[in-house]
Design a protein around this ligand. Structure first.
Ligand code: MRU
Length: 356
């Protein structure tokens, strides 16, 4: 998708270097950063220079390419794989991507290992783009139906950033929106700010602006009253891990939006590529929920009057804070899962029909 009119992907490989857009600097600075070692990749994932489930999976895949470039030894590769999987706990895409790479790379001792790794990491990215595009085409049908009935702009609420910046291109939750916009269907997006890191305000609104999609940032607690007033036609969010039961882990605050949507009979959809499905865990209480540094809550970053980025403390110095990064939305609150293969019920039966 576009930034200042130029097409970008979120990650690419050039001259034995992985290139990323440093998302900790957006929206005030657009910086392309080089990753040269597996440690750089792990650090980029941990500090959220790259974030969003599909993108951290792709960064881990390229992290293994960098690992091979550093040290072509199987024990080093195995250790790199472990460290990459452990760099963030909730999104299953990390493990999914590393396992897929290791299936191709384990036990390969010839010079060919580098080419095999580069090709597989590239294919993970290309596949994600195809899947996200299909999610868009499938989700488009829902937006089209609402538009036909309403004959005015479709208001869609989204939480966090499940946009193209969270994937390689298109995004998951945003892909149906971009497809609708490109088809001339009027859409307007309510963007949850998404405290504490403000991925909604800093990333979703930013990328929608760059594509010319109408959007309004709202405080995280505003969705409820907008739904009561009939100003939300549907919600679409992303996910970091979807269980085979249809329960979904996503950015903290998603659950409360689903409850409000349920109470107001607003359709609540979750968009995901199959790389985000965890077929093993059966009970959502077993999903590891990331707890991040409380400084993400107590401090905010922004532009000062001289256009310099500045970080300031907003809490009482003595207060403690707790920063859980994800929550679980039980399947009963989800109208449907929009996947690359079609839309299904958020249930074992629904997912089972699409993914045999
Ligand atoms: O902590 P983040 O910014 O990595 O969280 C991202 C989300 O919660 C997204 O909704 C999810 O990864 C889906 S991305 C297509």
């Amino acid at each position: 998708m576009k930034i200042e009119g130029k097409e970008y992907r979120t990650i690419w490989f050039e001259n034995n270097t992985v290139k990323i857009i440093d998302q900790t600097k957006l929206p005030h600075q657009f910086i392309i950063k080089d990753l040269k070692t597996v440690k750089d990749s792990i650090n980029a994932i941990k500090t959220m220079e790259v974030r969003g489930a599909p993108l951290i999976g792709a960064t881990a895949a390229y992290g293994l390419v960098l690992s091979i470039l550093e040290n072509n030894d199987q024990s080093f590769l195995k250790k790199s794989a472990e460290n990459l999987i452990n760099s963030r706990p909730t999104a299953i895409n990390l493990k999914w991507a590393v396992d897929r790479m290791m299936k191709k790379l384990s036990g390969v001792n010839s010079d060919k290992i580098l080419d095999i790794a580069i090709n597989e990491a590239k294919e993970i990215c290309e596949e994600d783009i195809r899947f996200c595009e299909n999610i868009g085409l499938n989700g488009l049908k829902i937006i089209e139906e609402i538009y036909k009935k309403k004959n005015s702009a479709v208001n869609i609420l989204t939480h966090c950033n499940a946009g193209w910046l969270a994937t390689i291109n298109w995004g998951t939750a945003t892909s149906p929106i971009y497809h609708a916009h490109k088809k001339g269907i009027k859409v307007h997006v309510w963007v949850d700010e998404t405290r504490p890191r403000n991925q909604g305000a800093n990333l979703t609104s930013y990328e929608l602006n760059e594509e010319g999609v109408s959007n309004t940032i709202i405080a995280d607690n505003t969705g409820g009253i907008l739904m009561q007033r009939g100003e939300v036609d549907m919600c679409i969010v992303g996910t970091d891990r979807t269980l085979s039961t249809g329960d979904v882990a996503n950015k903290i605050g998603t659950y409360l939006k689903a409850l409000a949507a349920h109470d107001n009979k607003v359709p609540f959809y979750v968009a995901l590529p199959s790389s985000t499905i965890d077929w093993e865990i059966k009970d959502f209480k077993d999903i590891p929920i990331e707890e991040r540094n409380s400084e993400e809550l107590s401090h905010v970053e922004g532009l000062d009057e001289n256009n310099n980025v500045k970080k300031v403390l907003i809490y009482p110095k003595k207060s403690k804070a707790m920063n859980l990064a994800f929550d679980i939305t039980p399947s009963k609150y989800i109208t449907g899962l929009i996947t690359e293969k079609g839309i299904c019920d958020a249930s074992k039966e629904g997912l089972g029909k699409l993914f045999k």
